[in-house]
Design a protein around this ligand. Structure first.
Ligand code: G16
Ligand code: MG
Length: 217
């Protein structure tokens, strides 16, 4: 096809943000400060290391590098406890229909996630085999809003960035797509994601003929 699609994972394909929240909240409890769902918004799409920094800023807590490494590991262990219980019922509404639609159009798609746990999550929900490639937190060095993750995605698709369409739920993710000169689709709150080229509340709202406008004969 003349176009390709790059999907973010958390907030687009599945809602793992609720599990990140519970795991980070555990840590905040241990450190003795409050961590709210509003605080959790700041961590969406952001790398694990950066998330810890933001969390510690919220609690006004300073830690040694050693302690930070320790907490990064223990947070992830708590998170994995939730992830390993996930199943196909946790795929967000509209996601599978959208992938089926792209398959029918013979449009290739890859994953472009900040998560180091992306392959495990996709395996849990039964979608791992569907993506042409997985670009995740293990394969990138610069986190969103840096465009690196999406530029590697374009390489995997074998397409120039201008021919790639990115589905994102996070502010940093839409910024990364724009920095990569790709078409950005904001999934979620329209005001939060007003910098995206297109906005939808969720994947069920994407019209079946949506991709036709990008495909040239
Ligand atoms: C996801 C989440 C972020 C999380 C990041 C790293 O990104 O939105 O909140 O901090 O992955 O996750 P992990 O700790 O599993 O490596 P995305 O890009 O899929 O939205
Ligand atoms: Mg996301």
């Amino acid at each position: 096809s003349t176009i390709g699609v790059i999907f973010d994972l958390d907030g687009v394909i599945v809602d793992t943000a609720k599990y990140h929240f519970l795991a980070w909240k555990d840590l905040a409890d241990e450190l003795g400060f409050e961590f709210t769902e509003a605080h959790n918004e700041l961590l969406k799409g952001v790398s694990r290391v950066r998330s810890l920094e933001i969390l510690l800023d919220i609690g006004n807590v300073k830690l040694s590098e050693e302690k930070k490494q320790e907490y990064l590991i223990s947070k992830n262990e708590v998170y994995l406890g939730y992830i390993t219980k996930m199943g196909p019922d946790e795929i967000l509404p509209g996601a599978e229909d959208l992938l089926n639609n792209l398959d029918a159009l013979e449009v290739k798609y890859v994953l472009g996630s900040a998560s180091k746990n992306a392959p495990l999550i996709l395996k849990q929900v039964g979608l791992l085999d569907r993506f042409a490639a997985i670009v995740d937190g293990n394969s990138v060095s610069k986190a969103k809003p840096d465009p690196e993750v999406f530029l590697i995605g374009a390489e995997k698709l074998g397409l120039p960035p201008e021919k790639c369409i990115v589905f994102e739920d996070a502010i940093a993710g839409v910024e990364a797509a724009k920095a990569a000169h790709m078409v950005s689709i904001g999934i979620g709150d329209q005001e939060t994601l007003s910098h995206a080229n297109f906005n939808f509340n969720n994947l069920t709202e994407i019209p079946e003929d949506f991709f036709a406008q990008f495909i040239s004969e």
